[in-house]
Every structure is written in structure tokens, then in C-alpha cells.
Design a protein around this ligand. Sequence first.
Ligand SMILES: NC(=O)c1ccc[n+]([C@@H]2O[C@H](COP(=O)([O-])OP(=O)(O)OC[C@H]3O[C@@H](n4cnc5c(N)ncnc54)[C@H](OP(=O)(O)O)[C@@H]3O)[C@@H](O)[C@H]2O)c1
Length: 275
Amino acid sequence: MADDLTLGAVGCGNLAKALIGRWLAAGTLPAARIAACTAHAESAEQVRASLGIACSLDLRTAAQAQVVLLAFKPQQRGDLLPQLAELAAERPETIWVSLLAGVPVAELEHRLGPQAKVVRWMPNTPVRLGLGAVAMCTGRQVDAADRQTALGLLEPLGQHYLLDEAAFDAFTAVAGCGPAYVFALCEALEHAAMAAQLPAAMATDLVRQTLIGAAALLQQSALTAGELRAQVTSKGGMTEAALARLQAGGWADLMTAAVAAAQQRARALADTKPS
Ligand SMILES: NC(=O)c1ccc[n+]([C@@H]2O[C@H](COP(=O)([O-])OP(=O)(O)OC[C@H]3O[C@@H](n4cnc5c(N)ncnc54)[C@H](OP(=O)(O)O)[C@@H]3O)[C@@H](O)[C@H]2O)c1
């Protein structure tokens, strides 16, 4: 990572704050080299207070950096990308890192101009702890040095995957939405614990600890999830009875259908017209 790298964020909501928070915590970039912009004065103030970076309503200031995160909602691209295209023409060395779900690199290159260096990322929210999964693909103008710059920023975020853009929706349906599936599983297990007469406060704590323990086992063991499951499942025992009930309810098929539904939604969202 270059010692003088500057970063801008056009939009600084949930995801940009998580990324910038991680880079600050990891020492990847100092606050003084990061500038962001938002749509509303209150959110700019909140960003300044929580991250200690410069944040204003001025898009041009935020987009003066060497690397600029496109961190607004995909629906806002019709309004914002034409304004950024002027800057992209003036500053052909800028690396534009798009976080916009469902928006292809080719569209960004078209809207920012053919000379624009476009990188596309799909992160999930555990990036804020350095435990994220991030997919990356790059546009036609991105060279080896630009790719190194982008990889240097990815490194503190967790695992990254260089992925063909055609697989981005599938990646998002698994890793982007995945934390929500796990949280939904925890909620269901909490309800089940309360139905089994455990006190509510204990149910919440117990489920959290069970998830943390299982995740740590998965991370630290050389065994697969299936092998770890088998270790907990004695022949004729309680876990086997519970898993048989889940399987009878179509548990695994439902997960496959859920991921397919997320992918289908991504295609529908990509087809919605930008503002
Ligand atoms: N959240 C996730 O887990 C996640 C995961 C993967 C990808 N993404 C992608 O990341 C992007 C950001 O998502 P998010 O969840 O962080 O959204 P968000 O919390 O709604 O943040 C959007 C940001 O854009 C700003 N903004 C809106 N209009 C603007 C304008 N005209 N000029 C400057 N800034 C403007 C908003 O400012 P105000 O707050 O002042 O309105 C806000 O700071 C989206 O494209 C999404 O597809 C998100």
C-alpha cells in the first residue's frame, strides 16, 4: 500500500462506514487521507463524529482521491454518475471502486467514460471486523498497479475472491445475504429454546455462544462442516432425531431455493431503471 494513498467515498452509509472503520482500525489509512460525502448534513456530521474523517455534502471534494468508493444506492446512479463522469474525464488515474449491488462494470465504464478505471467489489458486513468475504472483478482500464492498490485495501477486510463478474449474483446470494441467514437461524433457535421452557435471556445468550463456538470450530478445524456435523450426531441420539426432523421439512432444499430467490431478485433489481 502506497504511503500517500488517498481515499474518497461518495456516499458514506452502512457499508462505507464499515469499510473505512476497518481501514482506520487496521492502520491501513489514516483519517487525514480519507474524505467522504453524503446527501444530508446530519449524516455528514455523524460520519465526522464517528470516524473522524472529513465529510461534507460536496461530491467533488470526496471524489478528488486516488481511490474513490462508489458507496451510494444503485438507484442513485442515474443522478450521481453523470456528475462523477466529469471528474473521471479530468482525473483518468482515479480508481473507481464500485460497491453498487447488481451494477455491472460495463455500465459503470459506459457512464463514467471509456478511460475510467473501474473495480467492482461485493463485500459482506463482517468486513468491519476484518472477517468479511469480498468478491472483486476489474474493468478494461485497470492495470496491474491498480489491481495491487485494490488488493492492498482488501487485505485487512478478510478473505477476498477474484471472481468472474457473471458469478457476482451467486456470490452475493451466499456471502452477501449469508450473515442474515445465520442470524435468522439464531432467531429460530432462540424461539425453539423458549418453546423448550428455557428463560428468554438465557435462550439469547445460549444461542449466541453456540454459534460462536461452532463458527470457531469451523474456522480452526481441518474438518468440513459436514464432518463436524457428523461428529455431533451419534447414531440414534438426540441430534440425529433433530436433524431428521429438519430434513423431513426440506431444510437443505429450502436453503437452495432461498439462494436461488436472492439471485432472481438481484436480476430484477439490476433491471430497475436508475434515477
Ligand atoms: N449494506 C450492505 O451490507 C451492502 C453489501 C454489499 C453492497 N452494498 C452496496 O453498497 C452501497 C451502499 O449501501 P449502504 O447499505 O451503505 O447504503 P446506505 O446506508 O443507504 O448509504 C448510502 C449513502 O449514500 C449517500 N447518498 C445518497 N445520495 C447521495 C448524493 N446525492 N450525494 C452524496 N451521497 C449520497 C447517503 O447519504 P445520506 O445518509 O445523507 O442520505 C448515504 O451516506 C449500495 O450500492 C449497496 O448496493 C451494501
